[in-house]
Design a protein around this ligand. Sequence first.
Ligand code: ACO
Length: 274
Amino acid sequence: MTDRAEEDTVAVRVEDRIAWVSYNRPEKRNCMSPKLNRQMLRVLESLEFREDVGVLVLTGEGDAFSAGMDLKEYFRENEALGIGAIRKSQREAYGWWDRLRWYEKPTIGMVNGWAFGGAYGPLHALDIVVAADDATFGLSEINWGILPGGGASKVAQELMPFRKAIYHAMMGENLTGKQAAEQGLVTESVPADQLHARVTEIAQVLLKKDPNALRATKWAMRRMAEMTFDNAMDYLIRAQEALNGMGGLEARKEATRQFLDEKTFKPGLGAFDA
Ligand code: ACO
């Protein structure tokens, strides 16, 4: 097929408060071109504050999640144009991964197939990631003579045990979804025919939680990675106090009332009725 228009490189469907966002270049195994990177940022921004969206899912059309960066449009064509074009396309890619990492709403990755190199950036940015057992993960950079840049090696080093991460980065051998889950790269893996149902189930649980508390929790989990214990203790007090000012105090009072007075819910067994 001829090249897709920029606005067609990402597909979006909103259903029952879940935004299903897909890399939409299946004929190119959803590798990330500059056009796709620009469109993805637009799509993320357009969904972030929509009232009919409570959870965002990122997946890929066809048999790939994403085959990483586009070796033609992202690397070769920009390298021919020089450092200005290279930096611009890096900013476009890293820009939407960063927006996703600090997204206001909970995010889930649904890894349906190939996930290589640059795809590890968005993977790390997503809060929860479910892969098909037979999905394929690879830091293939070493197979074509570069290091896993664009954060990919940092992602592996941060999420996987060190011995597994360095082997993964140096050997260029792929992992199945099942192995990726065992090694911490993704949250869990399920048989491919259960992937959509499992992601929907997780999204529905998240939709029942208080959105402000969820946002504060996911940001705290990321921020604390670089804090001392004392700094984290202090940060968490401040974050909860900020949350109180966003309706958190009322939410907590109501939840406590439903538990202690009404006895209609138990916090240990599920979310209160907001
Ligand atoms: N960059 C550019 N084009 C790509 C990429 C990519 N990353 N991945 C796939 N394509 C293109 C192919 O060139 C091919 O294009 P064509 O139809 O015009 O010939 C088309 O997508 C289909 O790809 P095939 O290789 O024919 O598909 P197949 O299903 O046999 O293999 C696989 C899939 C294994 C994903 C293979 O395409 C591949 O190895 N892709 C590259 C993966 C990779 O190493 N990505 C870079 C990681 S490093 C980084 O991101 C910095």
